[in-house]
Design a protein around this ligand. Sequence first.
Ligand SMILES: NC(=O)c1ccc[n+]([C@@H]2O[C@H](COP(=O)([O-])OP(=O)(O)OC[C@H]3O[C@@H](n4cnc5c(N)ncnc54)[C@H](O)[C@@H]3O)[C@@H](O)[C@H]2O)c1
Length: 326
Amino acid sequence: MAEPTRVLVTGGAGFIGSHLVNSLLDSGYAVAVVDNLTTGRLRNLSHQATFHHAALNDARIDQIIQRERPEIVFHLAAQSSVRQSAVDPVADADSNVLGTIRLISAAASEGVAKFIFSSTGGAIYGNPETIPCNEDTPVHPLTPYALSKHVGELYLELFNQTYGLDYTILRYANVYGPGQNPHGEAGVVAIFAGMMLEGKRPNIYGDGLQERDFVYVSDVVAANLAAIRRGHGRTYNIGSGERVTIGRIYSLLQDITGFDQEPAYRPRRAGEVLNIALDSGRAARELGWRPQVSLEEGMRLTIDHIRDSQARRNSRATAVPERRRP
Ligand SMILES: NC(=O)c1ccc[n+]([C@@H]2O[C@H](COP(=O)([O-])OP(=O)(O)OC[C@H]3O[C@@H](n4cnc5c(N)ncnc54)[C@H](O)[C@@H]3O)[C@@H](O)[C@H]2O)c1
């Protein structure tokens, strides 16, 4: 494949997508974005990207791909809330299954060289027998969201075998960082931090001993960039491998924000994964990818960002409107 210059990012106005778009623009790519702005925001998106306000399952997707002629498609657009997928599994499948099939199919017919798919390592394995789990651990989705992601993976395998579409699947752990949507797959850091900084007491669902694997957003972006040239037809876990309890996240954030109240404990939610951590050894060996940002450093960067945005919001709200001249 010659040096790719044109890329398409679906979900580019979202949390991870907007970080990826900035990084691709910085590296000199011409970036087009498709986003329906359900959870994404235009203010997240650089003016240097070409924006298409469209849903994945919109018939215009084929024309957008024909017009933009991307060499690489980064597919991040998704109904990204695990909880919402249980409330409305049909809408979840509409976006994550049918929308993904439409995009894969358009990419294959338009000769896209590589399709890089954002899947989930945090949800796809369910409650595995051994932790950390690697990519050979059997998948066991416990929610419509996790299942819809796995179906997307299977379609990619099929389009690869039958029509030769090259792909890499990236199964992320819990991604966190500046600009995170608190309603997404793993919004706990954004939710806790935002509430603590406003002096509000966050809820913990369950006993707080459930373990998760947290990976900082710039590391996830780096995995996407590494997949441009490597990992053909392969699936990778993208996580830190570190097992961190939700209770520990709470106290780390307390230390950084100075918030001194205990959490309010609520009953565990149905379908919630109990403990998960990912073995990303394959990504290290084949993509040369390793997480670079420690949990403490990532949390600090995230809190700094939330503090800045809250301060900007407050100053806008309290700004005295300029008086009209008599
Ligand atoms: N955040 C995490 O911890 C995490 C973990 C594993 C996997 N992922 C996956 O990574 C991707 C990005 O997640 P995120 O956290 O940035 O979520 P996000 O909700 O911030 O971003 C998703 C983006 O997709 C757009 N979108 C949603 N449905 C769409 C549709 N049908 N058509 C067009 N655009 C649509 C939204 O407006 C939003 O901009 C998602 O596929 C998500 O499932 C995220």
